[in-house]
Structures are given as structure tokens and as C-alpha cells.
Design a protein around this ligand. Structure first.
Ligand SMILES: Nc1nc2c(c(=O)[nH]1)N[C@H]1C(S)=C(S)[C@@H](COP(=O)(O)OP(=O)(O)OC[C@H]3O[C@@H](n4cnc5c(=O)[nH]c(N)nc54)[C@H](O)[C@@H]3O)O[C@H]1N2
Ligand SMILES: Nc1nc2c(c(=O)[nH]1)N[C@H]1C(S)=C(S)[C@@H](COP(=O)(O)OP(=O)(O)OC[C@H]3O[C@@H](n4cnc5c(=O)[nH]c(N)nc54)[C@H](O)[C@@H]3O)O[C@H]1N2
Ligand code: SF4
Ligand SMILES: [Mo]
Length: 731
């Protein structure tokens, strides 16, 4: 199905965009026969200009991991056995359709994991699956991650996907909260060589402030590092806003006529003075004032927060305040501030007009009544939706590129719940903690055999650009491209089992052209060799630039589309057609934040961390990435360790409301006092998986400390950072 190179013999090189994180670096792969033997940064790539990190450099090992599944697996008499693709899809159709017909579409839960935003298949087919299936039980990694940003953007701008990104290349001042791009390489801010861009910011005389309870590698680059008490960023940002209003430092600039409710925000943060929040944040009030004044004084500035500002108690409020600050300092939508990218596959902009706004809570989850956000229910509620008896229970699960047994709260409960399903299908290259419960496992080919285009990340990139890389190695005998796997899954679930997978693409193309009012003949002119390529070609042609698939193929290092440009008011889809700075759901959540001033925990609180050579739960199976400093240890400050009598390297029991785990102590003053840190994605010690390297160094699952009940209420996002824990020595 994918465009492939002729079967090669000698050593050669080929270009491939790295799918392993959001930076989307262009790689030059060395290929011997059909095996990738080397990877280096593509210096001519218009976007990444040669940057690469250790994960990208391990592309070959990851690609050739012998534990990758080569054929579908189907469950027979309780055991998984190898099967043909026909057997596998026959079984999916035979088992899912009757469940839908008997119990309705909500009996099927859909789980979409992180790698879906890193594959063409994950961008093109899940939306069709969900349209056909019409289940309300959709769970994605977003509610373990960035849903607070979607909700905040939905409320402020009327579009959950209108996400401003900091103009890293031009800004004079970056206030960065709860992000560690030196290890993560950035998120909701696609920027290859984030480290180089931060260094360049300092070199041109700009300033970097990092707010993080840990002295991360990013914090080490900063002019100012604030080791805040976890979970209190919303208070800090509110106090900064308070100073800007009180000291008359607000200046909306060109946004002035496009924003409403500015004074109301000033009123809402009136009590949240630096003096009022200082103790809660464990900061000096005067330092908060200084940060506010610096932000206002900078010629241009951007406030940017990520995971540590999102997966916290006040996640949506924090994300809202990030953009409030960008707005009231006049930095939203101006070069050097925070701008909305315009990706090559966005619809061509239409004239500004009031939109439909953004609705929250159009339905609620069955068991706990959690409101939907952006059509999703909280991942933390997945287990209870399966294991709580009653009408509307989830009986079957379709899981695509997800490992919630490790990535979501209370994996043990989810593990048991998945084991009790009537039917489960996983699209996954590995038999891991989650896919081991599937009745059918559909393994996509390794990335060298897949074409790549970044539908998702181009919309968050610090520079507009478009790149397409065809598969660099022919599809191996017996393999199926992931686009075809997902198209066939759509057909099997949608009651069209056996139809040609291209029927799915044809249907989408016809619908899209009709909706866009485009000439029907365009369908015949699309040049892709496969359904997904034709869809990409269509989106490029309908998009805002003069692009097509052919043009991208003629420019293998990519097409640069220039720096980010102002997009307000055209991007706004609120009912008023303006930025609604104090949306009602936000105003209603503010009293909870004010109450936080009175609450004070005496426990240690736990935060996560990422390592440059890990990626969530699935890259621990590559020997060159798993080891050295990439370890599952509990980091603790020397003072806390001394107080508790803990020694370096000795195991400690960590207890929280959801459960307990044991991990070796690592004493380091890189975490502040009162805070401990344990990374996520570990805990590879369950039976029935097939990840031999990971299993040999399993680590523990930090999410076993959580029972799933701690959520940011507006977005349903799990609180994965800043929850209380107790430590006790292991005897
Ligand atoms: N405590 C704590 N928990 C966290 C986080 C945290 O910071 N702290 N971070 C959260 C965040 S930000 C996220 S995004 C989630 C991620 O959590 P998940 O969305 O569950 O993602 P992963 O853990 O990366 O697991 C990805 C799965 O996709 C499979 N996969 C890999 N490549 C492909 C492919 O090309 N195609 C398909 N079909 N499958 C593929 C892998 O084998 C694996 O099963 O974890 C969250 N969990
Ligand atoms: N190497 C590597 N790269 C990755 C991933 C990976 O697992 N490994 N995962 C990818 C994914 S899915 C994502 S979403 C991105 C995430 O990218 P980032 O958002 O940069 O994620 P983290 O590295 O987890 O950084 C979060 C930081 O927040 C801090 N923190 C915790 N609690 C608080 C708090 O209450 N306040 C403040 N101010 N800070 C706090 C933590 O100490 C941590 O340093 O990374 C992506 N890239
Ligand atoms: S920074 Fe991200 S995209 Fe770039 S090489 Fe590393 S893993 Fe790949
Ligand atoms: Mo994520």
C-alpha cells in the first residue's frame, strides 16, 4: 500500500521524518538491504537542519527490534496464536458487530494512545471510525496530558485546537512552566533543536525563566529558575496577572478590539496578590512582582506551560492563565509572542465571523458523571466504565497505539477490567501490558516501512513548513501498512467487512470535496498512489498554501512556509467573534483555586520526570536507550532523605491514596525539598508480555500510586503531578 523504494541491494541513504517525539526531525537513514543501520540528522531539512537526539539515532535498533510482532495474533482457547490478516479481521467483524447490535455503540470503548499523533494512519482513520461507530466512550492520552489546553483554547478562542505556540526564534523573553524541553524535546511547540533555540534566545540578549520544582537541564539554562511548590502554578500566574493589573502594566496592543472581559479578569484575580499566594507557592512575593514586571517590560515575550502545568489539580485554570498573560501583555498573536501556526493541511482560512463557540459537558460518563471534554471522557474513568455492572457498560475495546495499563492511573484495576471484556482488539507493534489482553492484535510494520507526514505537529510548529517522507524500505512479506490496517478495522467495525480499504478513503474524499464546495473532478486529479496519499494530496490542495503531494515529493527536505503570522480575528470561533477572556466555566472554577490558599499539605508531594532516552511506556525495549542514567529511581532532596533516614540506592516504599510501589532512592538536590520524583512508563513485570529487554529492567509503575479519582474537573485530566505521598523504609 505505501509508496516504496525499489527493492534495494547496496548500502544507500534515504530521508525519514523521525516519528519518535514532537520535534519531527528530518533523519538521513543508512540502509543496507532492507535494514536501517544508521541514522543522522538531515542537515538540509528545512525545519530541523540536522538536529538529532539519542532516540532518533537509535531509529535502526528500534525499527529492527526482534520483539516487534510480525503477524496478527488471535486468541484461541485463551491463548494468543499467530494468524493471517483475513482470520484476524474476520474475527473482529464477527465479534464486534453483534455486540453493537445487541447493546448499542456505547458498548464499544475506543482508546487512542499517543503514537496516533505520530503516524499518518492515526491522523486519517480514527476520525472515520468514531463517526461510523458513534460511541460516547472515547478515551485518549489527551486526558493524561494536554486536555486542559484544549479546554482553555476552546473557551477563550472558540476552538479547542487553536493553540498558540511561543515564537521561540524571535521572542525576547520566555516564561516556561512545567516543561523540560531539553529532555522531552518540546510539546505543543514543535521545534527541532529546542535546546539550541533556548541558547540562541540567551545569546541574542533575551531572558529565560523556568518554573519547575526540579532543577532540570532546561532550568540549568535559565536566567532565573523558580523551584515552585508543585500544583501551585495557577496561583503564581494569577498573582502575576494581579501585579500587571494593579501596576497598570497591561497593554493589549493590536488585540485591543478583539478581546472582551479584560476588566472582569482583573477583578477575578484581585485577591490573589503576590503576598497572598507566596506561602502556597513557597516563593518570595517580591520575586513574583519582579517576574511580572520583567514580563511586561520585555519588548516581546511568551508564556508557555506544558505537562507540569497541565496534569495538575488546577490544570485548566493554569492553561487559561498562561494565555491570559499572553493576551494582557499584548503578546498573543504577535511575532515574538505566542502565535497560532497555519499548517499545510489546515483548511484555507475563511473570513472572520462569529462561530459556534465551545461546549463542555454535552454528556457525562456513566459511573462517576464526569463531563465530556472535546468528545472525550477521562482516561482515568476507563476502568470503572468497564468493570461497573449495569446498562451502558463497556463490553468491547478498540485500542490503537495505547498502553493505559502503564500510562493511566491504577493500572492494576484497568488490567483486571480489560481481562474481563467480552472482546478487545489492539493495533500495536508489541505485546505489552495492555495489548496482552486483546483477542486480536494487529501489528503495524516498523517505521522504516511506513510513509510519514505530520498532520498533528505541523499545527503546533514554531515555523510553518511541510515535509513528506515515503517509506524507505519495501513492506516486508506478510506485513500490512498501518493505514490499511486501520481502514480495514473501520470497515469491520462499521459493518462493511470485506470491502476494499480504499473505499474508506474514497468516501472521505467525496464527503470532504462536497463540504468544501470543491469541484468533483478534483477527486480524479489527486496523485497519491494509495488512499492515504490521495487524501494527503487533497488536504494540501484544499489548504492555505500552493501545495500538493507532488510538490512535497519534489522537495524531499521539505518546503519552508515562513515564520508564524498573526491570525486573529480570523482564527476565533467564539460566539462573540472575540477572545472571551473570562469564560463562565473558568469563573466557576476560580473559587476552588482561592480555597487552595488555605490548604497546606505537610506530606511530600510527587512529580514525574522524563528522560531523554525514554518515551512514555514503549521504548524501554531498546537496549541502547534503557540503561545508564535512564533509571526508575525515586529522586529525593538530601535534607528530606536525611530527615527520613533514607540512603542512596536503597529501596523505599512509596504510598499514596491509590496504592504503593517500591523503588530505589536517588539522593539529589536537583529536586527541591518537600518534593520527590518518579518517572512514568515503567513497570514491565507483568506476565504474558513479549518485551524481553524491558522485562529484564522493569522498574515500577508510578501510576499505581493513583486511584483515578484526582482529576482537573473542567478537563477530566488526571492529576499525575503534585500529589501527596508517604515514604517508609523497606524491611
Ligand atoms: N505518571 C505519569 N503518567 C503519564 C505521564 C506523566 O507525565 N506522568 N505522561 C502522560 C502522557 S503526556 C502521555 S502522552 C501518555 C502516553 O500514554 P499512551 O498513550 O498509553 O502511550 P505510550 O505509553 O507511549 O504507549 C504507546 C503504545 O503505542 C504502541 N506503538 C508504538 N508505535 C506505534 C505505531 O506506530 N503504531 C501503533 N498502532 N502503535 C504504536 C506502543 O507499543 C505502546 O503500546 O502517558 C501519560 N502518562
Ligand atoms: N525523552 C522523552 N521525550 C518525550 C517524552 C518522553 O517520555 N521522553 N514524552 C513525550 C510526550 S507524550 C510529551 S506530552 C512531552 C512532554 O514534554 P514536557 O512537558 O517538557 O514534559 P516533562 O519532561 O514531563 O516536563 C514536565 C516538567 O514539569 C515539572 N513539574 C511537575 N509538576 C509541576 C508543577 O506543579 N509545576 C511546575 N511548574 N512544574 C512541574 C516536572 O518536574 C518536569 O520537569 O514529551 C514528549 N517527549
Ligand atoms: S528530538 Fe524527537 S524527532 Fe528529533 S531525533 Fe529525537 S526523538 Fe526524533
Ligand atoms: Mo504526552
Amino acid at each position: 500500500m505505501p509508496r516504496t523504494a525499489p527493492t534495494p541491494t547496496a548500502t544507500r541513504t534515504a530521508l525519514r521524518i523521525c516519528p519518535l517525539c514532537e520535534a519531527t526531525c528530518g533523519l538521513t537513514l543508512t540502509i543496507e538491504g532492507t535494514r536501517v543501520t544508521g541514522a543522522r540528522g538531515d542537515r538540509e531539512d528545512v525545519f530541523s537542519k540536522g538536529f538529532i537526539c539519542p532516540k532518533g539515532a537509535s531509529f535502526g535498533e528500534l525499527d529492527a527490534d526482534p520483539d516487534r510482532l510480525r503477524t496478527p495474533l488471535v486468541r484461541e482457547n485463551g491463548e494468543l496464536r499467530e494468524a493471517t490478516w483475513d482470520e484476524a479481521f474476520d474475527l473482529v467483524a464477527a465479534r464486534i458487530r453483534p455486540l453493537i447490535e445487541e447493546h448499542g455503540p456505547n458498548a464499544v470503548g475506543v482508546i487512542l494512545g499517543n503514537p496516533n499523533v505520530h503516524t499518518m494512519a492515526g491522523a486519517l482513520y480514527p476520525p472515520v471510525l468514531l463517526t461510523l461507530l458513534r460511541t460516547r466512550n472515547l478515551f485518549t492520552a489527551s486526558t493524561l496530558d494536554q486536555m486542559p489546553k484544549h479546554v482553555s483554547s476552546g473557551l477563550l478562542f472558540g476552538s479547542a485546537v487553536a493553540i498558540p505556540v511561543p515564537d521561540l526564534d524571535c521572542t525576547d523573553h520566555l516564561l516556561l512552566l512545567g516543561a523540560n524541553p531539553l529532555d522531552s524535546n518540546g510539546s505543543l511547540c514543535t521545534a527541532a533543536d529546542f535546546p539550541g533555540k533556548l541558547k540562541a534566545l540567551r545569546r541574542r540578549g533575551g531572558t529565560l525563566t523556568v518554573v519547575d520544582p526540579r532543577r532540570t537541564r532546561t532550568a540549568q539554562l535559565a536566567d532565573r529558575h523558580v523551584a515552585i511548590r508543585p500544583g501551585t502554578d495557577a496561583l503564581l500566574l494569577a498573582a502575576i496577572a494581579n501585579v500587571l493589573f494593579e501596576e497598570k502594566l497591561t497593554d493589549l496592543g493590536a488585540l485591543e478590539t478583539h478581546v472582551e472581559q479584560v476588566d472582569e479578569v482583573g477583578e477575578a484575580v484581585r485577591e490573589l496578590t503576590p503576598e497572598a499566594v507566596a506561602a502556597a507557592c513557597d516563593m518570595d512575593a517580591e520575586e513574583i512582582r519582579t517576574i511580572a514586571r520583567e514580563l511586561a517590560a520585555a519588548p516581546t515575550a511568551a508564556v508557555y506551560g506544558r505537562v507540569g502545568s497541565s496534569t495538575v489539580e488546577y490544570g485548566t485554570l493554569t492553561n487559561w492563565l498562561v494565555d491570559v498573560l499572553n493576551v494582557i501583555t499584548g503578546n498573543l498573536d504577535r511575532p515574538g509572542g505566542a502565535l497560532f501556526p497555519l499548517s499545510a493541511t489546515d483548511r484555507a482560512p475563511r473570513p472572520a465571523a462569529p462561530g459556534k463557540g465551545f461546549a463542555l459537558g454535552r454528556w457525562a460518563s456513566r459511573v462517576s458523571g464526569y463531563p465530556e471534554a472535546k468528545g472525550e471522557l477521562p482516561m482515568a474513568a476507563l476502568a470503572e466504565e468497564i468493570d461497573t455492572p449495569g446498562d451502558g457498560r463497556i463490553r468491547a475495546v478498540i485500542s490503537i497505539a495505547a498502553n493505559p495499563v502503564l500510562s493511566a492511573p491504577d493500572g492494576d484495576r484497568l488490567d483486571r477490567a480489560l481481562a474481563g471484556l467480552d472482546f478487545m482488539v489492539s493495533v500495536d507493534p508489541y505485546l505489552n501490558e495492555t495489548s496482552r489482553h486483546a483477542d486480536v492484535v494487529l501489528p503495524p510494520p516498523p517505521p522504516s516501512q511506513s510513509s510519514h507526514f505530520d498532520f498533528a505537529f505541523n499545527a503546533f510548529a514554531v515555523r510553518n513548513q511541510a515535509r513528506f517522507t515515503p517509506a524507505v524500505v519495501p513492506l516486508e512479506e506478510g506485513r500490512m501498512d498501518e493505514c490499511e490496517i486501520q481502514a480495514r478495522l473501520v470497515l469491520a467495525v462499521g459493518g462493511m467487512h470485506g470491502a476494499e480499504p480504499s473505499a474508506v478513503d474514497d468516501m472521505v474524499i467525496e464527503n470532504t470535496l462536497t463540504k468544501a464546495g470543491a469541484p468533483k473532478e478534483l477527486a480524479e486529479q489527486l496523485t497519491g498512489r494509495t488512499g492515504p496519499e490521495r487524501r494527503l494530496d487533497m488536504m494540501l490542495r484544499l489548504g492555505p498554501y500552493d501545495l500538493s503531494l507532488d510538490k512535497l515529493l519534489e522537495n524531499p527536505h521539505g518546503v519552508d512556509l515562513g515564520p508564524l503570522q498573526p491570525r486573529v480575528p480570523q482564527i476565533l470561533k467564539t460566539r462573540s467573534g472575540r477572545i472571551e477572556l473570562l469564560p463562565a466555566p473558568i469563573a466557576a472554577d476560580l473559587p476552588r483555586l482561592r480555597r487552595a490558599l488555605e490548604e497546606r499539605t505537610t506530606s511530600l508531594v510527587l512529580v514525574g520526570r522524563r528522560h531523554l532516552r525514554s518515551n512514555n511506556s514503549w521504548m524501554h525495549n531498546v537496549a541502547t536507550l534503557n540503561g545508564g542514567s535512564n533509571r526508575c529511581t525515586l529522586q529525593i532532596h538530601p535534607d528530606d532523605a536525611a530527615r527520613l533516614g533514607l540512603e542512596d540506592g536503597v529501596p523505599v516504599r512509596i504510598t499514596s491514596d491509590g496504592g504503593q510501589v517500591e523503588a530505589p532512592v536517588e539522593i539529589t538536590d536537583a529536586v527541591r525539598t518537600g518534593v520527590v520524583s518518579l518517572p512514568h512508563g515503567w513497570g514491565h513485570d507483568r506476565p504474558g508480555t513479549r518485551m524481553s529487554v524491558a522485562a529484564a529492567r522493569p522498574g515500577v509503575n508510578v501510576n499505581q500510586l493513583l486511584d483515578g479519582s484526582r482529576l482537573d474537573p473542567l478537563s477530566g485530566t488526571a492529576v499525575l503531578n503534585g500529589f501527596p505521598v508517604d515514604l517508609s523504609p523497606v524491611r
